[in-house]
Design a protein around this ligand. Structure first.
Ligand SMILES: *[C@@H]1O[C@H](CO)[C@@H](O)[C@H](O)[C@H]1NC(C)=O
Ligand SMILES: *[C@@H]1O[C@H](CO)[C@@H](O)[C@H](O)[C@H]1NC(C)=O
Ligand SMILES: *[C@@H]1O[C@H](CO)[C@@H](O)[C@H](O)[C@H]1NC(C)=O
Length: 338
């Protein structure tokens, strides 16, 4: 009798254990299939409404070069802060699964426009499809259910143009570097202005937003961010840009940024390159070292460059050249032998 009891008890316990295991397997399966659902939502992003109305309201969009990103990758990556601004924080993070190093740009929820807007999705798509050797690409975009937004970019272990100019080193006064950096930036701007399906205005062009690799090729970052930020946050960017001297004089609201205001900022960067920035304060038009340290460089060429920079900075937007005209002038300066 006792043995029978023990047997039933054992049987009872094992059956309950089995049931519990089955329950967990079932739960796990469900979770898995809901992840599949998420991926499905992401892939079918052109059905915008569908993607944004998913229950979790969590969203990952990936673009060329970011296909292997997962939400866990992004959220679990140990990161180190490499930049901070009023609207967000920039992290250098290493993804644990792939070991890849990425830059995560976190945008503060209060500063951004709301994520469920179709317009917002269009902007992400527009920015995500931009590919140019002189632009920092967007590999992925994550939108969390509390309105947090993360943009994923590659990490470039390079310095920025601002530091390069300030360093005043030998490379920074080489005429060939000045011309090729200007050309790279101009090509990137031309691509944003005319080479994409929808023209993109950079909106915050400055030397700190331009990375240089070890062969001094520039890569522009931060383009189009103004499209994701609310009016107050956009205005703060504009105020900083004004304080740093990059803002075109006619601009009052961030909403008014346009190709011509980008061209103005380019002109200021050209002046920075040729003057070494601090030099402007010393009332020198350009650094005399540029002439003395570059053999065969005639002053006319530097003056032509200077004129081009000044025409970009014309107070009247309609008198500023467009990016194609800038590139063609640069080509003239390149090829003129004397
Ligand atoms: C926009 O962003 C600012 C932060 O820059 C925030 O304080 C403000 O509440 C936001 N305004 C709106 C209308 O969402
Ligand atoms: C620098 O960037 C250019 C253009 O993106 C690229 O062709 C070149 O290989 C890069 N150089 C180095 C040393 O990374
Ligand atoms: C780029 O510019 C900022 C602002 O001047 C500076 O703090 C930073 O150290 C620079 N260098 C890099 C590699 O980002």
């Amino acid at each position: 009798m006792r043995k029978d009891h023990l047997l039933t008890l054992l049987l009872g316990v094992s059956i309950s254990a089995l049931l519990i295991i089955i329950f967990f397997i079932f739960l796990f399966r469900r979770k898995e299939s809901s992840t599949e659902q998420e991926q499905y939502d992401v892939e079918s992003l052109d059905h915008t409404k569908h993607a944004f109305s998913s229950k979790t309201e969590e969203l990952l969009v990936t673009f060329q070069g970011g296909e292997d990103l997962t939400i866990c990758d992004i959220l679990d990556a140990p990161g180190e802060v490499i930049g901070k601004s009023s609207y967000g924080t920039l992290y250098k993070a290493s993804l644990q699964r792939s070991g890849k190093v990425r830059v995560l740009r976190f945008l503060r929820p209060v500063c951004t426009v709301r994520c469920d807007a179709k317009e917002f999705n269009d902007v992400i798509q527009t920015l995500g499809f931009v590919r140019h050797e002189n632009l920092v690409p967007l590999l992925g975009f994550y939108g969390g259910n509390r309105g947090e937004k993360l943009m994923v970019h590659p990490f470039f272990s390079s310095g920025n143009l601002s530091d390069f100019i300030k360093s005043g080193g030998d490379e920074s006064i080489k005429w060939s570097n000045i011309l090729s950096i200007t050309t790279g930036i101009s090509k990137a701007l031309d691509h944003l202005h005319t080479g994409t399906q929808k023209p993109i205005v950079h909106g915050n062009l400055k030397s700190k937003n331009i990375l240089l690799n070890s062969s001094f090729e520039p890569r522009i970052s931060d383009y189009g961010l103004h499209l994701l930020l609310n009016q107050t946050a956009g205005q703060e960017i504009l105020d900083v840009s004004a304080a740093e001297g990059y803002k075109a004089p006619e601009l009052v609201n961030m909403k008014e940024v346009c190709k011509e205001s980008d061209v103005y900022s380019l002109g200021v960067i050209m002046l920075e390159l040729v003057s070494g920035k601090e030099a402007i304060l010393d009332h020198k038009l350009y650094r005399p070292e540029i002439l003395t340290s570059n053999d065969d460089l005639r002053e006319e060429r530097v003056l032509k460059y200077f004129q081009l920079a000044m025409s970009c900075c014309s107070p009247s937007p309609s008198l500023r050249p467009n990016m194609k005209q800038v590139l063609s002038k640069l080509q003239d300066i390149y090829s003129s032998r004397r």
